[in-house]
Design a protein around this ligand. Structure first.
Ligand SMILES: O=C(O)CCC(=O)C(=O)O
Ligand SMILES: [Fe+2]
Length: 227
């Protein structure tokens, strides 16, 4: 697969969008596996819920946990695209959004290698990008709406890859709405099934954010070596 074919030329930095990265059968099986997880695997937040696979990222290092085969398979497919350099993805964050749910604009922080890959399952969403405020400015003088630079439409079964500047120079977030108007402010609209003028009604979306966590602790570094 030649990644360059999928580069989003209108995006302000390195971003790639691969429609139909997974098949409908794979999508169903991913959904089944995610919903088969025991209830405590879900972490409930105010506006979404999530599952961590591979461990819990932590400034002191992630205690690695085994990744099930159904996820590893997808991670290997992404590895094959060489988007993590010499590294391999070792962590998956699953987010579930019901219609009307979203995520506040944020940066993903220093715990991850600067490539984010996301498999999109179930429903579309719109990922919005914003300029951050620097220390001299405040939210009052530069409201979020004035800092919006554009967005990406993520259709079901697609893969999104964001790198470097896209990761460090902008905030990303998902608005808490139940439908989205498709406008020409969507960087990848020419790669989507939807067209400018459409209104897309949101269903339940599950995203798999697949990343590389550089700092990993071996269990014996915590408990001491046992022989
Ligand atoms: O659901 C998504 O695609 C975005 C998730 C996200 O930005 C995060 O969990 O940091
Ligand atoms: Fe994020």
């Amino acid at each position: 697969m030649d990644l360059m074919t999928y580069k989003i030329s209108h995006a302000p930095a390195n971003a790639y969008y691969i429609p139909n990265f997974i098949t409908e059968d794979e999508e169903k099986s991913i959904m089944n596996n995610i919903y088969a997880a025991p209830k405590p695997k879900w972490k409930e937040l105010a506006h979404r819920r999530l599952q961590n696979w591979g461990g819990l990222p932590h400034p002191k290092g992630m205690v690695a946990e085994a990744i099930p085969q159904w996820l590893q398979q997808q991670m290997d497919k992404i590895s094959a695209l060489h988007v993590f350099g010499e590294k391999k993805p070792n962590h998956v964050l699953v987010n579930e959004y019901l219609p009307g749910q979203g995520i506040m604009p944020h940066e993903d922080g220093p715990l991850f290698y600067p490539t984010i890959t996301t498999i999109n399952v179930g429903s579309h969403t719109i990922l919005e990008f914003y300029m951050p405020v620097n220390s001299e400015e405040s939210e009052d003088t530069l409201p979020l709406s004035s800092r919006h630079i554009g967005s990406l439409l993520l259709e079901p079964r697609s893969l999104l890859i964001l790198q470097d500047n896209m990761y460090t120079s902008f905030l990303h977030g998902i608005s808490q709405v139940t439908e989205d108007s498709i406008t020409d402010n969507i960087f990848n609209i020419d790669r989507c099934e939807a067209q400018v003028g459409d209104t897309l009604v949101r269903g339940t979306r599950v995203s798999l954010t697949i990343r590389h966590v550089p700092k990993v602790l071996k269990a014996n570094m915590i408990f001491g070596k046992r022989r």
